[in-house]
Design a protein around this ligand. Sequence first.
Ligand code: PNS
Length: 171
Amino acid sequence: MNLPEQGRGWHRVLRVVCPGSFDPVTNGHFDIIGRAAGLYDEVTVAVLINEAKHSLFTVDERVEMLREVTSGYGNVRIDRFHGLLVDFCATNGITAVIKGLRAVSDFEYEMQMAQMNYRMAKVETLFMTTNPLYSFLSSSLVKEIAGYGGDISGLVPEAVLARLRDRLSEK
Ligand code: PNS
């Protein structure tokens, strides 16, 4: 009997990455990171360094906020990367990418990236369905609502809420 292709031959995924901009981390991200930490041995949350994209928080601030909110997990580490995600995976011995899927609208682009990452380096992507409590949530909506003085409590961790208030009051 022919066996299906087994990628590079990994039988178990031990070390995974949750990549993103995290500008800032939301409770939706936090939910995925926590669930990934329960499934895999080591979870690296990797913040993309993208100088071309305007962001509200610097990469250092985003890393700091992520460290603060994930400090309760012994198997989560926070890092930053630029360039290709598959190169970051190779350097760090990471075998799979974990992504949260909020709605069908996320799927098309996510599938394209997943297939491209597999095509380039046989890095797998595993999708987790977002907790329905947060399926409408995004960092950009949080920033927009907070910017107009709307209530975003319950949508981002407390530590992020305080920093968002400070940052927006500086403007
Ligand atoms: O939070 P975001 O901005 O939706 O995250 C997107 C991210 C960082 C996962 C994606 O842009 C990415 O992986 N960028 C790194 C560059 C790369 O590898 N590009 C090729 C993707 S197939």
